[in-house]
Design a protein around this ligand. Sequence first.
Ligand SMILES: O=C(O)[C@H](O)COP(=O)(O)O
Length: 237
Amino acid sequence: MTTHVLRHGPTDYSRRYLVNGDPARPIHLNEDGRQALTRGWSSLPLHSVRTWMASEFPRAQQTANLLMGVPGPELIIDPRLNELDYGDFEGGPFLDYAAWLDEHRADERPPASAESQIEGIRRMLTGVLAALDHPGPRVLVAHGLLVSVLLWHRARTPDQAMPLFFPEAPYVEPIAIPDEELPEFIGTLMNDLEGAERRAADTNGGRIFRNGNDSAVATVDSASPSHSQDQKDLPHA
Ligand SMILES: O=C(O)[C@H](O)COP(=O)(O)O
């Protein structure tokens, strides 16, 4: 069986690169977002999916419900799939959060946030692995950071350390992970996070988690061939 992990469709917020890590905010798909679902219709095995899961965020649940159609199986809500808690950066430009992150550590919690970047990624990966408790094939509708991390892992070169910033994830483009690969896939990333924590502690702050070659913060090219021009050149964490 297979687990398909995807980012929700676009919203007015996400198109403007405003961060939303609070599921209580009523941010829904925009017209583009609804149109983008046709990508999922052509790339997901919609008729055979046995488990649909989504984060607590309206845009993720809306994406899942529109993809599954009516009548669909019950949507399972898993808060482990939620986007990062951005604390005081909530609702502001992603670049403000990115600047803070670049000046701090991936194991530091932003002001008023309940989690650091590392804690958030670990939570998300735990949620993906737990999907194996449900019958497959499965579809998990989650958010940019998780999908970016999974895509980075798929494309990484051997021994490449986990960066601080990742290419922005495409919308509604599923990553298919076979059941037999999922535990190792997640386990490797969990080990990366441990290594990242050790490096953060060793450097005691400052500029850590650069790309593997220690170059500047990543403002990298598309993670997907369908990435549009307006998605390029923005870091994503
Ligand atoms: O991390 C971000 O930049 C935003 O919160 C993206 O989240 P989204 O995938 O929910 O748009």
